[in-house]
Design a protein around this ligand. Sequence first.
Ligand SMILES: *[C@@H]1O[C@H](CO)[C@@H](O)[C@H](O)[C@H]1NC(C)=O
Ligand SMILES: *[C@@H]1O[C@H](CO)[C@@H](O)[C@H](O)[C@H]1NC(C)=O
Length: 369
Amino acid sequence: MPPTLFLTVVAGMLCYVSSGPDSSTTIAPITPGLSLRLADTYNYCEGRVEIYYEGAWGTVCGNNWDIEDARVVCRQLGCGDAVAAFPWPKFGEGSGRILLDNVQCKGDEAYLWECENRGWGIHDCTHEQDATVLCQDEIYKPTGTVGDVLSLQLVGGPNECAGRIEVTYFASWRTVVCSKGWDLNDAEVVCRQFGCGHALAALGNGLFGSGQGGPLMTNVDCSGDEYDLLSCPYEYRPATCGGYPDAAVICSDSGVAPPDLQDFAIQLVNSSNRCEGRIEVYYNGTWGTVCDDDWDMNDAQVVCREIGCGDAISALGEAPFGEGNGNIWLSNLQCKGTESHLWQCKHLGWGTHGCHSVEVAGIICKGLP
Ligand SMILES: *[C@@H]1O[C@H](CO)[C@@H](O)[C@H](O)[C@H]1NC(C)=O
Ligand SMILES: *[C@@H]1O[C@H](CO)[C@@H](O)[C@H](O)[C@H]1NC(C)=O
């Protein structure tokens, strides 16, 4: 092909692409932080091969790109067998980093990045060599851009950071995510995707009502690091939810207390002043302490305000007010300082810590405002 003709074709493709509906959709990876998609077509199962790596999408170079490599891509995406492998960008050039070169799959690898290659980011290619694949299956991509390929929203809750997940499909078909296999790692991805902080609860108990329409996703299995919910492995369009109600989440920024935190309480003990002492929190029917790992003024500020003691004066470590009974509920708190409740702050998980009983936090608040 003469160079001018080639360029014309590429420009034509780019034009089609920018006015086209969508340049993304993903499925299937389990490797944390890694994701795979075929970009720049209407069909989910064909396009330029792209990998989400170190926080951004990049391409794969077409050197030695063949049908065995395409086969791994198609299988990883749940798109059946490979039909064709192009060592050039049939649907338009990508941008960003060129992540893999000289990919040589044997054919039985579960993930493209498990195939032999030169190493992440090592290549001598340009985007004129972007690897492209056609797979057997045809799954029409709904319109939209990243994030609203299938538009997500949280509904049925008191605000947009808590509720059941609804997916808008083909702009009119409201449908649901089933709660089979739904857990905190999945909820974490949803909360992050919505800019709602971190996940406090992953629910499947109908707390926020139930949606209508056929389910679109079930058995969602995020590792928690994915770019968005659609980057997680899931089963696509199950016939029914099989008795698992709509998946729902409560994110920290919602200010909504999940069921297990309804009777959460805080007290300061072993001091004559109720606004200073060892912090004890009540969770799951038991009082326990806070470990002093990462304990700082932002965390102390939230505690002092929550118990009506004004601003924090000091955040102390090494059990200045005694060790308590040894039950440590919270560790590595990461409050921003603006939360209304201590349970909204990120931490290692209730009862999860690497602390000795002497590493207990104490606090001095200003006093009654
Ligand atoms: C909460 O208490 C129940 C019953 O005592 C127990 O089975 C469960 O493991 C506890 N949860 C935590 C996080 O400690
Ligand atoms: C109270 O704090 C002191 C340290 O100031 C400690 O020696 C003592 O054991 C604590 N008592 C209780 C009941 O925690």
